[in-house]
Design a protein around this ligand. Structure first.
Ligand SMILES: Nc1ncnc2c1ncn2[C@@H]1O[C@H](COP(=O)(O)OP(=O)(O)OP(=O)(O)O)[C@@H](O)[C@H]1O
Length: 332
């Protein structure tokens, strides 16, 4: 498959090399793929996309876009010459231009600007909104204009930086699905930064995980979720309990001491009787969370454990357990 983006040995530091934002990154994205970039705050997500966009220059390494070297120590192609479309969290529309003119503005080279602008307006479902100004649109509609503007010049790569974080939960999921359906329809290759790992699991062909400026795993969503390579990766995708010595003892599970083991909260069964590993627990505290409750438990051997459950829990004691097939194992 042909590669749209190739990143080799990419390194970036700030403060005269004192703090590393990215260390020796290597990865590629195939044509037509959607890649999500996920990682805790400060892991280097923004720095990575700023380097790809050409808004920062690397200390080391190279970026190849559509088989063309755009960034290295010797060569730097200006951001506007990289043929990249950008969609930001805060839409970045011109307030004094209507929808049509906001989109035409980005079409510097095109001959049939109006026709192309109309094409992308129709594509994002904003037909008849051409004459509206940004302040006359909802947040979701503004984000669709931003997407249309980014797609209009037919970019080689689309970068989306936290595109839905300004929207409320209901709107987010609806717009997320709409936006990524449009992206898939156009076949454009996309890389997007998100804090919401559900977004990444739902729409990305592959997910790239950053930790302290290093790439720690890049895989398709289901592999990443089912076979995380570290507790850090597992924890990004949901509540995960590390099975320390005390917990292993409480559940009487014969897991090797020299490996790190963990269990996802959703694989811990409340009121368990037929699990392989079971222990009695008393409830120290219940916190009501709407659809779920959080329980702080004291296990038989005195260990504390916090679990989240949507099951009705009656009484002050219960049996909890899990099965060996659900245990995650890491070498760290
Ligand atoms: N211009 C800068 N000057 C100095 N340090 C910077 C600069 N930009 C980023 N950094 C540092 O580089 C590291 C990576 O930052 P970056 O913004 O890329 O992380 P991030 O994963 O996008 O974080 P967040 O999710 O909070 O936006 C951080 O330690 C940050 O403090």
């Amino acid at each position: 498959m042909d590669r749209i983006l190739e990143v080799n040995n990419l390194t970036k530091s700030f403060n005269q090399g004192k703090s590393f934002a990215l260390k020796n990154l290597n990865f590629h994205i195939d044509r037509g793929h959607i890649c999500a970039v996920v990682g805790e705050s400060g892991s280097g997500k923004t720095t990575l996309i700023r380097l790809i966009a050409g808004l920062e220059n690397p200390d080391q390494g190279e970026i190849i876009l559509n088989n063309y070297l755009v960034s290295s120590l010797k060569k730097v192609v200006a951001p506007e010459k990289r043929n990249i479309g950008m969609v930001f969290q805060e839409y970045a529309l011109f307030p004094h231009l209507n929808v049509m003119d906001n989109i035409i503005y980005g079409l510097t080279k095109s001959k049939n600007k109006k026709e192309r602008a109309q094409e992308v307006i129709d594509l994002v479902g904003l037909t008849n909104f051409e004459k509206r100004y940004p302040h006359e649109l909802s947040g979701g509609q503004q984000q669709r204009v931003a997407l249309a503007r980014a797609l209009a010049p037919k970019p080689s790569l689309l970068i989306l930086d936290e595109p839905f974080s300004n929207l409320d939960a209901m709107m987010r999921h609806q717009l997320r699905n709409e936006v990524f359906n449009i992206i898939k329809k156009t076949g454009v290759t996309a890389i997007f930064v998100t804090h919401d790992t559900q977004d990444a699991l739902a729409v990305a062909d592959e997910i790239l995980i950053l930790q302290n400026g290093q790439l720690v795993q890049k895989d398709e969503a289901s592999k990443l979720y089912n076979q995380p390579q570290s507790i850090y990766v597992a924890s990004l995708f949901g509540n995960t309990v590390q099975l320390n010595k005390g917990l292993k003892k409480a559940f009487r599970c014969p897991l090797k001491e020299d490996c790190c083991h963990a269990i996802r909260n959703e694989n811990i069964t409340i009121n368990a009787s037929d699990c392989e590993y079971v222990t009695e627990a008393s409830i120290l505290k219940r916190t009501f969370l709407g659809t779920h409750s959080q329980l702080l438990l004291k296990l038989e051997n005195g260990e504390n454990l916090t679990v989240v459950t949507n099951e009705a829990v009656l009484g002050d004691t219960l049996k909890i357990g899990f099965n060996s097939k659900d245990v995650l194992q890491f070498d760290e």
